[in-house]
Write a protein of this length. Structure first.
Length: 277
């Protein structure tokens, strides 16, 4: 490429990015953001009126936002800048290589975002476990997934990580979800009585979803330097948002009943999602 061609290409770039074009791009970007913000606010109001359709509404909102930003950005660049065809062909390869190196992580996240939207290993509203983080998916964006933990922290994770790492979904798009709670009793405890008490407390909880069965897994485990019997209860809640309320309810009432029946109890735990087999 000779010096004259370089000068011509630079002149074209300067001409494309004039003050007027930059102003239009800024206004267009603001309009896209405002539209997405308005759609998000409207979806929240709809979910308040239709709580049973919350997951579906959030999924549709996320997809609309993704399409809006993708199509809108492309339309702005082509419509406002209107680059000459010759310039696009000449500069396209060089720009693609340069951007590939500079934005490889962002590009990987964008591609991963498309895969997440269509493959859907999890959805907005799902409770998922990823690495050492557990919480609810609140948004699936172009580059990142936002997850709200149970203690109200908002965690932002690049989409590309979900393609390579293991993700465990607790409810897979459903409103109800299995809640696993471990009760540890002494080796001399009456297991039938202990199991009956736990089951009775679960089925009388206002948070329990009784259309799905309550099940137990019982085994001997080691806790520190002690042996104990673990009664692992598996029950469903009506809504994923009742997870901690349900666990608190049954642990308090089971503890009280165990004391009344003089059943030796060691501790109560909620196993990590990876250990909920």
């Amino acid at each position: 490429m000779n010096e004259g061609n370089i000068v011509n290409d630079l002149a074209v770039v300067v001409e494309l990015f004039n003050i007027y074009a930059l102003l239009l791009l800024f206004i267009g970007g603001f309009v896209l953001w405002a539209l997405n913000w308005g759609i998000s606010k409207a979806s929240l109001k709809i979910t308040e009126k239709l709580p049973t359709r919350r997951f579906l509404i959030l999924q549709i909102t996320t997809l609309i936002g993704f399409v809006l930003y993708t199509v809108g950005t492309a339309a702005l660049i082509i419509g406002v800048l209107q680059p000459p065809k010759e310039f696009m062909l000449a500069a396209g390869g060089s720009i693609a290589v340069a951007l590939g190196f500079a934005l490889k992580d962002i590009a990987a996240s964008l591609v991963a975002g498309l895969l997440l939207l269509f493959d859907r290993p999890f959805r907005v509203g799902d409770r998922v476990s990823f690495a050492d983080v557990y919480g609810e998916i609140v948004s699936i964006g172009l580059r990142t997934v936002r997850l709200q933990t149970l203690d109200d922290n908002l965690v932002t994770i690049p989409n590309s990580r979900f393609i390579t790492d293991v993700v465990a979904s607790g409810n897979s798009g459903e409103l109800d979800m299995m809640i696993v709670t471990d009760f540890h009793v002494g080796l001399d405890a009456d297991l039938e009585d202990a199991k009956a008490i736990i089951e009775e407390v679960i089925v009388t909880s206002r948070y329990a979803y009784l259309k799905k069965p309550v099940s137990f897994a019982i085994e001997e485990v080691e806790i520190g330097d002690m042996l104990a019997i673990r009664l692992r209860s598996k029950a469903y809640v009506l809504d994923v948002h009742y997870e901690k309320a349900f666990q608190s309810d049954i642990v308090v009432r089971v503890s009280k009943r165990f004391q009344e029946q003089q059943i030796p109890c060691l501790l109560y735990t909620s196993p990590s999602p990876r250990d909920r087999g």
